[in-house]
Design a protein around this ligand. Structure first.
Ligand code: MG
Ligand code: MG
Ligand code: MG
Length: 308
């Protein structure tokens, strides 16, 4: 039997990582490459579960590591610390991503598609178009869901014209009211009640490492920042523990209001001055309100990275 090629997004998978992996599998198969299979590197979040339930399709299978020489295609990430265990010794055939490129080297040549769009699915959408491959309802909804998730219904500053155009076309193919569907999907992801604080701070967390610091930026979406702040004390305890465990300099926990497009961040660690400098604001009670900030990639990471 032909060896399977595994397609997967980053750890702590979000909707883009899961849906774009499923779409990449569909696209590759439609282009004649049959031995591809979407996988996932972590638990499905509630927002993504909403999409899978809507389409009545199962989640990709969970994998925890890959063997040496395993053929893989990376989706929605490139940094090895966000990828599967064993990635250093895997054979990376391709990357389809919309993030900065860092901590990434390969032994062999590869296909690398990087576009500064709001979402990986927008890149895939354009591949369907460029290759003249039919987009069916299922993949239209998968790609639309990714775009809605990553751009918060086109409201995030990461949104590009390409994302808007893609979503417009996908809405027609999907035959659904994207705004209505999108809000339901985003809201499904904001029910944080049955997560422990420890889970909350790792649901969507990215660890960044540079010479001067190791830090985490975690993010949760909500329709009420106040509601999440009711658990501030317990959240801080969980963060403190994480800082000790992983020897972090700073932990930033962003609580993002998806309806009003603002965030409150809770920050702990030993480089708090760097965070205050980054945003030109003082932390009060370990917290800071950031008006108009919703994007980790564009509004949190670069400013923190520059100042830390
Ligand atoms: Mg992602
Ligand atoms: Mg993405
Ligand atoms: Mg995200």
């Amino acid at each position: 039997m032909e060896e399977k090629i595994l397609i997967f997004g980053h750890k702590n998978p979000d909707t883009d990582s899961i849906c774009s992996s499923l779409v990449k599998e569909i696209l590759d198969k439609k282009m004649g490459q049959k031995n591809v299979e979407a996988k996932r590197l972590g638990k499905i979040n509630k927002e993504t579960q909403y999409v899978l339930d809507y389409l009545q399709i199962p989640a990709p299978e969970l994998i925890e590591k890959v063997e040496e020489g395993q053929q893989v295609k990376l989706i929605d990430h490139n940094e090895f610390n966000q990828s599967v265990e064993g990635i250093e010794n895997a054979k990376i055939l391709s990357v389809t991503d919309h993030h900065r490129i860092a901590n990434f080297t390969t032994l062999e040549p590869l296909y690398y598609t990087a576009k500064p769009y709001g979402c990986t699915s927008t890149i895939l959408f354009e591949e369907f178009e460029n290759q003249n491959i039919e987009i069916e309802k299922k993949e239209a909804i998968l790609m639309a869901s990714s775009i809605i998730s990553d751009t918060l219904l086109l409201k995030s500053p990461t949104t590009t014209e390409n994302d808007k155009k893609a979503l417009e076309k996908l809405e027609k193919i999907a035959g659904i009211d994207i705004k209505e569907y999108g809000l339901e999907m985003l809201k499904a992801g904001t029910n944080l009640d049955d997560f422990s604080e420890k889970e909350l701070i790792s649901l969507d967390a990215k660890t960044l490492e540079k010479e001067t610091a190791k830090f985490v930026i975690a993010q949760v979406n909500t329709v009420s920042i106040e509601d999440v702040l009711k658990r501030q004390k317990q959240i801080e305890e969980a963060i403190e523990e994480k800082i000790k465990e992983e020897n972090l300099d700073v932990f930033v926990f962003a609580i993002t209001d998806i309806l009003n497009s603002n965030s409150e961040i809770i920050v702990l660690g030993n480089k708090l001055d760097a965070i205050e400098k980054a945003f030109g604001k003082k932390l009060e009670n370990n917290r800071m309100f950031l008006e108009g900030v919703v994007s980790r990639k564009k509004q949190l990471l670069p400013v923190i990275d520059k100042n830390i």
